[in-house]
Ligand binder design. Sequence first.
Ligand code: FES
Length: 126
Amino acid sequence: MSSMWATLQRAACGAGLNQRRDFFSWLTQWFSKAPAKAVVAQKTPIKVELVAGTMYRWCVCGRSKKQPFCDGSHFFQRTGLVPLKFKAQETRTAVLCTCKATQRPPYCDGTHKSERVQKAEVGSPL
Ligand code: FES
C-alpha cells in the first residue's frame, strides 16, 4: 500500500498545484493510509477444489460475500487491504481459512479453533 501511495504521489508531481490538491483530496477520500483490520468472515474453513495453474484471490479483509475468495469488498469498503493472489500448483482439494487469523494464508492452520476466534463475532475484527 505504501509503495502504491508513493507511486501515486510521484505521478501527481507533474500536475499543477490545484490539480494536485484535487487529486490528493480524492485519494485521501478513497484510500486511508492505515489499513482496516480484517474481520472474521466465518469460524470454520471452507474446502475448495483448486485447479492447477489457476490464479485465485483469497479474501484478506473478511468482508467478501464469496468466501474464501475476493469479491471486491475490500475496495468498495475502502479497507486499504488487498486480496492474496496465489496460483494453484496442482489440482487438489484445499482447506482455505475464513477466520482470517491463519498463520499460513490462504490455508487453514487450525487457528479458528482457538478461544480468541471462537469468542469473536462474525463480521468483527479479532
Ligand atoms: S478458518 Fe482460519 S485458521 Fe481455520
